[in-house]
Design a protein around this ligand. Structure first.
Ligand code: VG1
Ligand code: CO
Length: 558
């Protein structure tokens, strides 16, 4: 064991989901990755290390294998007893969560920057999950950050090398510790086994390959979910091999953004428009996000997606067994799920952005199904959002309702009304300009005269009822998270929300979210961009976003 001196960095603060930086930051700054990995392991109680297991896996992006070798060497030197690693390092974020829970590991390290581009000039990320399988809560990420700011040395076994290809156990003698074990496991098997218990595979097989089967198009976007789609949807459920595309994980995601939205999954959208397929889906780099499309490219907004799953939850055998304990959405996610909760008399929780806030509610038995507007959908079967789970949930609904995606969605709006929703992303804005815009806006919003003020655009007028910076008190442990997003709520319930992204790696990303409910049957099928244009206009006017950032328009519209 070597004890290497190192100098601390001040910028290793985990964001919404782990530490994300340009690959070059990890490569060019001496011991940058070593420092952060040591900080994670230092946050693990020494008394837990020898008997404990950490699960390690990633989305296959550039620098992942280097990082895994460092994790092996640093874990061994710090007395961690066992590592369980996906073959070739590959394991999706939901699969890591599944394996942590299944083998009762003390936690896991996920190598991913999720939907951010990869390759030598792209992003890399390191994320720590705890024993419930979910992202470390703020108390732990703060501790890791504190350690990283004062770290002076890290422990490493530089000679220790593992073969990531061969499935099976490798054991190493390390100093006075008990033998250190590395177990390479199949990337898919435990996860597939879990899904077989959640869904009715016979019914899904009938839907995908029976006499009246539908045809699907699944785009893994060169991310980690490819092997999962191939094995589960093609091999097991019988969908033809050509129904899954871009299924080989690549270090740079084929040069694309592995981000399942209308902008970055444009190929899938245009294929679906051709009308050959009934159902389409795309996933992000680490397999926790999903985008659902119907025939002819009919787009299901993620806020609607979780609401539809909620309204049809009995189509999924898992929930017939567990019952439905409660529903939750992140604050900027539209109120579509709230309407379902109200109609079905279920408890609804509104949490800050980021999956880590759902974990406590699930552990306490208060939450079964949840989602975020950012293409994240999931349930208490694990503690991460789960892209392939969401696809099988939708397919279960189609199988049982025998309707198209579009018909399911339209009937849902007829029954519950529709929350029109859009998100504008302004990526890589100058940080100072973005911070100033938010600070100025907060000042305007917190002025007493702001409440009650009316704003008009076109033929619409809205009156401000409430304005705040969202604050959340965790109902389980009482922890408080402040400053989670500026909200302007109007008297008809419409909302304008501004927040800064916590997952970017360069400059700042400003997100503007608009949510507005409509239940006039004449209006529910309109184009969201048309319906929401007045609110967008008002949001830009109040915030002066364009003037203050020099941006004429967003980089991505959802
Ligand atoms: C974004 C999304 C958030 C999501 C997070 C991690 O965070 O808005 O809803 O949980 O990414 O998703 P932010 O801070 O950039 O808005 V993933 O798939 O990147 O792990
Ligand atoms: Co992701």
């Amino acid at each position: 064991i070597l004890c290497n001196p190192t100098s601390a960095y001040t910028d290793q603060k985990p964001g919404t989901s782990g530490l994300r930086k340009r690959v070059t930051v990890f490569q060019r700054n001496q011991h940058y990755a070593e420092n952060f990995i040591q900080s994670i392991i230092s946050a693990v109680d020494p008394s837990q290390r020898q008997e404990g297991t950490l699960v390690v896996g990633g989305d296959g992006r550039f620098f992942m294998k280097d990082a895994i070798q460092l994790i092996v060497q640093i874990a061994a030197a710090n007395g961690i007893g066992r590592l369980v690693i996906g073959q070739n390092g590959i394991m999706s974020t939901p699969a890591v969560s599944c394996v942590i829970r299944k083998i009762k590991a003390i936690g896991g390290i996920i190598l991913t920057a999720s939907h951010n581009p990869g390759g030598p000039s792209g992003d890399f990320g390191i994320k720590y999950n705890i024993s419930n399988g979910g992202p470390a809560p703020e108390g732990i990420t703060d501790k890791i950050f504190q350690i990283s700011k004062s770290i002076q040395e890290y422990h490493i076994c530089p000679e220790l090398k593992v073969d990531l290809c061969a499935i099976g156990k490798q054991t190493f003698e390390v100093d006075t510790f008990k033998p250190f074990t590395v177990e390479i496991v199949d990337s898919v098997e435990s996860y597939a086994e879990m899904l077989r218990d959640i869904f009715d595979f016979a019914a899904l097989k009938e839907l995908l390959s029976g006499p009246n089967h539908i045809s699907v198009r699944l785009d893994a976007m060169h991310g980690v979910v490819g092997p999962y789609v191939k094995k589960i949807v093609c091999d097991e459920l019988g969908s033809p091999a050509n129904s899954a595309v871009n299924c080989v994980p690549s270090e740079d995601f084929g040069g694309h953004h592995p981000d399942p939205n209308l902008t970055y999954a444009a190929d899938l959208v245009s294929t679906m428009k051709g009308g050959e397929y009934d159902f389409g889906a795309a996933f992000d780099g680490d397999g926790d996000r999903n985008m659902i499309l119907g025939k002819h490219g009919f787009f299901v907004n993620p806020s609607d997606s979780v609401a539809v799953i909620g309204a049809n939850i009995t189509c999924i055998p898992y929930f017939q067994k567990t019952g439905v304990k409660g529903l939750a959405r992140s604050m900027p996610t539209s109120g579509a799920l709230d309407n379902v909760a109200k109609a079905l008399k279920m408890q609804l929780y509104e949490t800050p952005t980021g999956w880590k806030f759902f974990g406590n509610l699930m552990d306490a038995g208060k939450l079964s199904l949840c989602g975020e507007e950012s293409f994240g959908t999931g349930s208490d079967h694990i503690r991460e959002k789960d892209g392939l789970w969401a696809v099988l949930a939708w397919l279960s609904i189609l199988a049982s309702r025998k309707q198209s995606v579009e018909d399911v969605m339209k009937e849902h709006w007829q029954k519950f009304g529709r929350n029109f929703f859009t998100r504008y992303d302004y990526e890589e804005v100058d940080s100072d300009a973005a911070n100033k815009m938010i600070a100025d806006l907060q000042q305007i919003m917190f002025d007493k005269a702001f409440i009650g003020q009316t704003f008009s655009s076109g033929d619409k007028t809205y009156k401000v009822e409430k304005a705040d910076n969202f604050e959340y008190t965790d109902p389980v442990d009482g922890s408080v998270s402040k400053g989670q997003g500026l909200r302007i709520i109007f008297s008809d319930g419409s909302r304008i929300i501004f927040r800064l992204s916590g997952t970017g790696s360069a400059g700042a990303t400003i997100r503007l979210y608009i949510d507005s409910f409509e239940n006039d049957p004449q209006k529910i099928y309109q184009d969201p961009q048309v319906m929401l244009a007045p609110l967008v206009d008002i949001a830009l006017r109040i915030s002066q976003l364009q003037e203050k950032t020099g941006r004429n328009g967003p980089t991505v519209i959802t």
